[in-house]
Design a protein around this ligand. Structure first.
Ligand SMILES: [Zn+2]
Length: 265
């Protein structure tokens, strides 16, 4: 079996230079490709370096709404440069009305600028959306989108919106955090996701799985638990268990979906 991680942050500083060790564990677990998302200009070079050194890494470059205040006046030029240098996706980009003290001002403008770049180059996009799904749907309906589709990473939007988003080209990515008992509503929404639009991710080092499913315990320098990217297989197993299906068909389906949206990069 081959496993595909639709979204993680392998470059994250909390992994403290242990990336090769993590990648080796992923390889042993039959993980063949992972989309590693940059979130701001300062981490784009790290993402590019990881991709140059490891063919498992599919690089993705974007400005995450949490880090907009860090952007330089050249950020769009820099983004285009990274996208031009190495086959890559766009992301993580998004809208966030959930994070306390985060200003919403300017988020839509930066999101749309990046969506536009992805649409013009027909590159897949990884989208983060918290408490802004209604607005996200409007923006996606009224702006150019990449023809090959876009990924709603850690999809936690309302189940009623799934078909409208799917019509626009959305893929819906499931993560291990939703295997926590109290996240039942989030899990249930995935019953509505069309089979040809399902993806699976770790979002490592964040979004840890429940303890009994965390087969690769890992900590940062301060003893805080981190999500290891090799936990991906447990996310697949958890989703298969929840949907009442077998693992093999889900693995095949996700492989086809991953290839359709990220293929060629
Ligand atoms: Zn992320």
């Amino acid at each position: 079996m081959k496993f595909y991680d639709a979204h993680n942050h392998l470059q994250d500083d909390r992994f403290a230079g242990r990336q090769n060790e993590l990648l080796a564990a992923c390889e042993k677990s039959d993980i063949v490709r992972m989309v590693v998302n940059g979130a701001c200009e300062s981490d784009w070079p790290q993402v590019a370096a990881l991709a140059r050194e490891n063919k498992m890494v599919l690089p993705s470059f974007g400005y995450h709404p949490w880090y907009l205040s860090e952007r330089t006046s050249d950020w769009q030029k820099n983004l285009e440069q990274f996208l031009g240098e190495i086959p890559s996706a766009v992301g993580e980009i998004g809208l966030d009305r959930w994070k306390p003290d985060l200003s919403y001002a300017g988020q839509e403008e930066v999101f749309l600028a990046q969506l536009q770049i992805a649409a013009a180059r027909n590159l897949p996009v990884s989208i983060h959306c918290l408490q802004a799904y209604g607005r996200l749907l409007e923006l996606l309906q009224n702006n150019p989108r990449p023809q090959r589709g876009f990924v709603l990473h850690s999809f936690g939007g309302p189940a009623e919106m799934i078909s409208a988003l799917a019509k626009l080209g959305a893929y819906f990515s499931f993560l291990g955090y939703f295997l926590n008992e109290r996240k039942q509503r989030r899990r249930e929404a995935f019953r509505q996701v069309p089979a040809e639009r399902l993806l699976i991710e770790t979002d490592a080092p964040d979004q840890l799985l429940p303890g009994d499913k965390n087969h690769f315990p890992l900590m940062d320098a301060n003893g805080k638990p981190l999500n290891h990217p090799a936990n991906l297989v447990a996310v697949y197993e958890g989703l298969a268990g929840f949907l009442g299906g077998k693992l093999v068909p889900i693995v095949k389906r996700v492989e086809e979906n991953f290839q359709r949206v990220f293929g060629g990069l």
